[in-house]
Every structure is written in structure tokens, then in C-alpha cells.
Design a protein around this ligand. Structure first.
Ligand SMILES: Cc1cc2nc3c(=O)[nH]c(=O)nc-3n(C[C@H](O)[C@H](O)[C@H](O)COP(=O)(O)OP(=O)(O)OC[C@H]3O[C@@H](n4cnc5c(N)ncnc54)[C@H](O)[C@@H]3O)c2cc1C
Length: 675
């Protein structure tokens, strides 16, 4: 139901609610205050933490003219203009300075504003942030509270890593120490000192000198496992002992920053604005977020200032990390840090040692030019990056269609129906049929029963054979009807697997499945009709041109489904191959491999174990094929003299796949319900 503004206003409790009052919320509030956008507003702050502890040390680099420097100058406690990496020479970062802000100073500023404006602060967790036809609301202790806008910065939950995504931890334990002696030449920030054990991670010490005898020393790990407190303390003791001698611990800091390019489990609602880590503001490869969050605060404040508070639209929804080239670099580095963590030390030290420090910091701010980036990369060890690139490409869903595309081109270059084309093409199909084509349809018992149970298997087999026989009877008495049924359930089945892979909805999947079958057959009418004739079905009266698939190509480009686009390209090339090769490439290379992946993920078992469990049924399938070829009855509606082996194979495939399609439909159905 649509409500008007006045009606909604009656239900409003506040103008703004800040759900979570941490760093991003504080930065936004300060910016709104700086622009005088808070007068006469009723604001509520809710966080389970009262924010009276100095729980974080924030650092960021900026030059003097940057607005972050001006806006936060009151709470910048230290600034340095030199950094040191891995005991290298000290490097000037001019015109940048590395600035330090204590979280407590930031939180105290917020508290001052709350007191000044007499706003309300509630110390409790928010249970839910949502919206309905009256606008956004949240619930605390079961009570619903409404506001014109909710700024939600609650700590986010990341979704499980999908293929090509990485979730790591930047965990650290730090001590602020006071040394008994004054230490000379300790004025530079040690961003990364790798002179510590690497322990199958990327680990370093981080050091901020506050004075000649006061330092923050932090042991940091980038890795899949978080650092244990006791291990970190031992390493800190050793490191400080070696470098500083006697010391006293003044305070401790520990924390963990996600280094992740996984999706965040966010629900998006009109007038609920996501902030901070919840809005993908942490740079995945470094864990730096402070400046990003400040820049986001600027964007929000600017749009509020420009639009008048009543009419401002909710900002564009961010549903993943950026897809820019920087996200790509981050993804490569995350892959290296996960799979080859020992390479991290070399990469980071070389980056800072060999390249211009200002350019590196600009690059980390995602403000560099592509030419500078090429110059930077040329100074890095190439091996791990090429390896990560291979890993990323080979894990991408576009990789398999790309291989099929190249393979189809190779086959067509070998010459239509040439000896070489037949050996390479049919050789591939035979190997594919044995390794995945038949096996992917021979694990239906595992999908239906869940696990191997000797007691239940005979009933399963009888049911399975009965369904296959039903299809055989159809073929025997009514070939045209059987053909239509076969095409329909095949379209459904192929569309289902491809649709699941490319995230298509059900109608589009079915449409695609149907089109695909007709396309492969219709671009090979002569060969198709030989088979149709041999099985007594009506022949195709039309022939399709290869370009008829192009509307799908345009569709896939519009929706940015690259794997789908490449599949269409190789299907177009495959129209130049014999029918059996074209269909076989699709059936093995696309359909069977895709279905196998869906099956192994649903069964949660290794490929080897599933393949071994499929063995008895694979043998059964080969046996039935032999029976078909040798014993197909010599009576009925057929001209059996003309029934060639391809025709028999066609009928065999249709019979054996009928129960398989039903089982796979159950699997995909269960998946949809689970989601
Ligand atoms: C120890 C530490 C040091 C860091 N140092 C730097 C640095 O030097 N430079 C840099 O760029 N980045 C740094 N980061 C990374 C990043 O800047 C911080 O993680 C930053 O705090 C993220 O801001 P945020 O607002 O998203 O989260 P937070 O500041 O963590 O705020 C989230 C708030 O939500 C609250 N909350 C949680 N659940 C609920 C709930 N159910 N209801 C209501 N409120 C809830 C929390 O109590 C918290 O106050 C650091 C991170 C850590 C952990």
C-alpha cells in the first residue's frame, strides 16, 4: 500500500538512526556536523558497545590539502613523513604524511555531539534492520523503531567464498611500549618488517614510533588462520627484546580485519544506507578502510546537502566489491596470499623497495594511472602473479567454454570429416563418455537414496529400468511422439544445468535448452534427417542458419554473462562440424561436466568417490547399449534395414536419460528449496 508523506511522518520516531556507532558512523556524523546538516534533527544511536575504550589505532596517508586531513586535523595525534619496509632505507612519502588517529578521540567527538544536541544513545544490539510501506525500521529488544533514514554499520557477515573468491584474515596483536632508554633514529614508521618467521603465512611487524621511547609494535598475519595470542606475544617479546632492550607495556591492541572479496550477506532496503565494512569499504588486499570510509561519508553528506533531506534518494546499492581493475589486482594478490603465502614477503618488500613510494601509495589508494601500474608490476616478481592469473582464469566459469571454443576451431581446421578430425574429435568424445558422460548419469542412485544401500538398490534399478523401458515402448509404437517427448525433457534437462551454471531463471533456462537442441539439430539438417528417417520419425523440413543464435549472444552480452557468450561462440563454430561431434562436444564438454559439478557439490563427496560409486551403473549402461545394438527387435513400424547404429544410439540415449532427467530434476528442485 502506498502511503503519503504526512501519514508516514506520524509513525516516525526519528529523523536518523545510526545502527552501529563505530568508525564509519562516526566519520559520517562528523562530516554532517561540519556541513551544518544536523540542526533540528532527532537522531538515535544504537550500539551494544558504549565506545568508551580506545579499541583501535587508525592510520592513513594523505597530503595536507586533502579534505580528510583538514576535517580530522583536531584528532590527528601523530604524523610521519618517512616509512621503512623490511629494514630498507627510510623512504620519504612526501607529499603524503602518514597520520594517526585514536579511535577513542573519534568516539569522544561523537559523544560530544550527542550531548550537545541532546540526542539519544542506546547501549544494545540491533536485532533487525528492514523496511515496509511506512519506510525503514529496526528492532531492538523486540521494539520497532522508525526513522526517515537508517545508517547501518553493524559488523557484516560474509557469505561463503564462491569459486574465485578468497576470504583471509589480517589478524594482529600489538603492544604500546615504553623503553627505558631513548632510542635514536626511530622516527620512521615501519610499515612491514618481514624479519619474523613466516610460518606458512605472510607475517610482519608494524611499528609506530610515538616518541624516542614510546612505540606501538604490532605483530600482523595475513592468512587463512588467525594468529594465536600466545604465539604473537612470544614473537613480540623476542622482536622488542632484540631491537629495544628493556621495555614496559602501556596498553595492548588486538584485532582482525577481513581481507576478503566474498559477498556480504546484506539485505537492501530503501532509505537504509550501509556504511563501513558492511558497504565493502575495506580494501581486500591491505585491510585499509579509514580513508575509503571518509570518502563515502563525503559522498553521502554531499548528496544530503544537494538534495534536501526529505527528497534524497537512497544511494546506489553496492552488492559486491568493485569490479574495477583494482579489484582484479586485489583478487590476484589474495589468491597468492592464500595459496602461496610465503610469496607475500617478497612481493611487498620488492614493491616498496624498487618502486617510487609515492606511486605505491597512490596505487593502494586506487588513484594511479594504468601506465604507473604497468611500471609498478614490472618491478614485482612475476612468477606468483602469472600463477595466480592462471588459477583465476582456470577457475573462472569462462575457462571451459574458452577451451571448447579453441577445440572447436581446431577441429574445424582439421577439415570436415577428415581422418585427423575423426581421430581427434571422436577420440575426445570416447574419453569424455567414459570419464564423465556416462558416469554423470550413473550416480542417480546416490542422488535419490543419498548413499549406497544394497537393500534399496534393487528397487531403484527396477524403477529405473521400467522408466527407460517405457520410453523404449514409446519409440517402438510412436516414434514421432517419442521424439517430441525426448526433445522436451532434454530441453528441460540441458536448460536446467546451464541455467543453474549461468544463474538463469526457469523460463529462460527452458527456452535456452529448447533452442539449443533445435539449433544443433537444425544446423545439421541432412545428418539429423538421416537419423530421424532411420528411427521412423518425421524429418526436419527446415534448416537453420548459424547466425540464428545471435539474439542469445546479444542477450548474454547485455547481461554480462561471459561464459554464456563464449558458449554461443563455440556452438556457432560447431555448426561447421559433423552433427555427432557438435552434439558430443556440447553433451560432454558442457552438459556432463556441468552436471557432474552440481552433483558433486550436492553430494559433498570427492570426484573419485562419486566416480567409483557410479562404476556398477556405468557397466550396466554399456551392457544395455550392447543389448540395444544387437537385440533391437526386428518387427514393428521400422524399416530396420535402414536403422543405422546412430539411430539405435539415439534411442538408447533417450531411454536411459529419461529416468536420469527425473532424478536430476529432483536434485535441482531440492537445491532451489534449500536456497
Ligand atoms: C584494531 C583495528 C585497527 C584498524 N586500523 C586501521 C587503520 O589503521 N587504517 C585503516 O584504514 N583501517 C584500519 N582498520 C580497519 C577498519 O578501518 C576498521 O575495521 C573500522 O573500524 C571499520 O569501520 P566500521 O564502521 O565498518 O566498523 P566498526 O568501527 O567496527 O563499527 C561497527 C559497529 O557496529 C557495532 N555493532 C555490531 N553489531 C551490532 C548490532 N547488532 N547492533 C548495533 N551495533 C552493532 C559494533 O559494536 C561497532 O561499534 C582497523 C581495524 C581494526 C579491527
Amino acid at each position: 500500500m502506498l502511503r503519503n508523506e504526512n501519514e508516514i511522518a506520524c509513525y516516525l520516531d526519528y529523523d536518523y538512526i545510526f545502527s552501529g556507532v563505530g568508525t564509519s558512523a562516526s566519520l559520517l556524523l562528523l562530516e554532517l556536523h561540519r556541513r551544518n546538516l544536523l540542526s533540528n534533527l532527532k537522531i538515535l544511536f544504537i550500539d551494544p558497545d558504549d565506545k568508551t575504550r580506545n579499541d583501535k589505532t587508525f592510520c592513513f596517508w594523505a597530503h595536507e590539502d586533502e579534505s580528510i586531513h583538514k576535517a580530522l586535523s583536531e584528532i590527528i595525534t601523530y604524523s610521519w613523513n618517512t616509512i621503512e619496509i623490511d629494514h630498507s632505507d627510510k623512504r620519504s612519502i612526501d607529499p603524503f604524511k602518514y597520520h594517526h588517529v585514536s579511535s577513542l578521540d573519534l568516539y569522544s567527538k561523537v559523544q560530544e555531539l550527542i550531548n550537545h544536541y541532546n540526542w539519544t544513545r542506546v547501549i544494545a544490539p540491533v536485532d533487525l534492520v528492514s523496511s515496509d510501506d511506512l519506510g525503514p525500521f529496526l528492532t531492538v529488544d523486540g521494539k520497532q523503531i522508525r526513522a526517515r533514514k537508517i545508517f547501518d554499520s553493524r559488523t557484516p557477515k560474509f557469505e561463503e567464498a564462491a569459486t574465485n573468491e578468497v576470504h583471509l584474515f589480517q589478524s594482529f596483536v600489538g603492544w604500546e611500549i615504553e623503553t627505558s632508554n631513548q632510542i635514536e633514529n626511530k622516527e620512521a614508521v615501519r610499515l612491514m618488517d618481514f624479519n619474523v618467521e613466516q610460518s606458512n603465512s605472510t607475517q610482519f611487524m608494524y611499528l609506530l614510533p610515538f616518541s624516542k621511547n614510546r612505540f606501538l609494535v604490532e605483530f600482523t598475519r595475513f592468512g587463512s588462520k588467525m594468529i594465536e595470542e600466545t604465539e604473537a606475544c612470544q614473537l613480540l617479546e623476542k622482536y622488542i627484546g632484540n631491537d629495544f632492550g628493556e621495555y614496559k607495556i602501556l596498553s595492548t591492541e588486538r584485532g582482525c580485519i577481513p581481507m576478503s572479496n566474498c559477498k556480504i550477506a546484506n539485505a537492501h532496503h530503501e532509505n537504509v544506507i550501509l556504511l563501513g565494512a558492511r558497504n565493502y569499504r575495506i580494501k581486500p588486499s591491505t585491510g585499509y578502510a579509514f580513508k575509503n570510509m571518509y570518502n563515502h561519508a563525503l559522498e553521502i553528506a554531499e548528496s544530503i546537502e544537494k538534495n534536501n533531506i526529505k527528497t534524497i534518494k537512497a544511494e546506489k546499492k553496492k552488492t559486491s566489491f568493485s569490479k574495477s581493475r583494482f579489484a582484479f589486482y586485489d583478487a590476484l594478490l589474495l589468491l597468492i596470499l592464500k595459496e602461496k603465502p610465503e610469496a607475500g614477503k617478497k612481493i611487498f618488500s620488492e614493491l616498496f623497495k624498487k618502486a617510487n613510494t609515492f606511486k605505491v601509495l597512490e596505487f593502494l589508494d586506487e588513484k594511479s594511472k594504468i601506465t604507473d601500474e604497468i611500471a609498478l608490476f614490472s618491478k614485482l616478481p612475476w612468477g606468483p602473479f602469472l600463477w595466480a592469473l592462471y588459477l583465476k582464469v582456470s577457475k573462472s566459469i569462462s575457462f571451459r567454454p574458452l577451451i571448447l571454443f579453441l577445440f572447436s576451431i581446431l577441429l574445424s581446421m582439421l577439415g570436415r570429416e577428415s581422418m585427423l578430425q575423426s581421430v581427434v574429435g571422436y577420440g575426445f568424445l570416447l574419453v569424455g563418455l567414459i570419464t564423465v558422460g556416462i558416469p554423470h548419469g550413473a550416480v542417480d542412485h546416490l542422488i535419490e537414496i543419498g548413499k549406497w544401500e544394497s537393500r534399496k538398490v534393487p528397487i531403484f534399478i527396477v524403477k529405473y529400468l521400467a522408466l527407460a523401458a517405457l520410453m523404449g515402448i514409446c519409440w517402438y509404437f510412436l516414434a514421432d511422439g517419442a521424439l517430441v517427448i525426448f526433445l522436451l525433457y532434454s530441453a528441460w534437462h540441458f536448460g536446467q544445468a546451464d541455467g543453474e551454471l549461468w544463474k538463469l531463471n526457469r523460463p529462460t533456462s527452458l527456452l535456452w535448452g529448447g533452442f539449443l537442441l533445435v539449433y544443433i539439430l537444425g544446423t545439421h539438417t541432412v545428418e539429423t534427417n538421416v537419423i530421424l528417417k532411420s528411427i521412423g520419425a518425421t524429418e526436419f523440413a527446415f534448416s537453420l542458419p548459424y547466425w540464428i543464435v545471435f539474439p542469445w549472444l546479444i542477450w548474454s552480452l547485455i547481461y554480462q554473462k561471459s561464459a554464456f557468450t563464449i558458449t554461443i561462440l563455440w556452438l556457432t563454430v560447431a555448426t561447421q562440424l559433423p552433427l555427432l561431434l557438435a552434439f558430443g562436444l556440447y553433451f560432454i564438454g558442457q552438459h556432463s561436466v556441468t552436471s557432474w559439478k552440481h552433483i558433486s557439490s550436492a553430494l559433498n563427496q570427492s570426484n573419485r568417490s562419486i566416480w567409483l560409486h557410479s562404476l556398477p551403473f556405468q557397466l550396466g549402461a554399456w551392457l544395455i547399449l550392447a543389448l540395444f545394438i544387437f537385440l533391437w527387435p526386428t518387427a514393428g513400424n521400422y524399416d530396420f534395414g535402414a536403422l543405422n547404429k546412430f539411430g539405435v544410439f539415439f534411442i538408447f540415449i533417450s531411454c536411459i536419460s529419461f529416468p536420469h532427467v527425473i532424478t536430476m530434476n529432483m536434485l535441482y528442485g531440492a537445491k532451489t528449496k534449500g536456497n
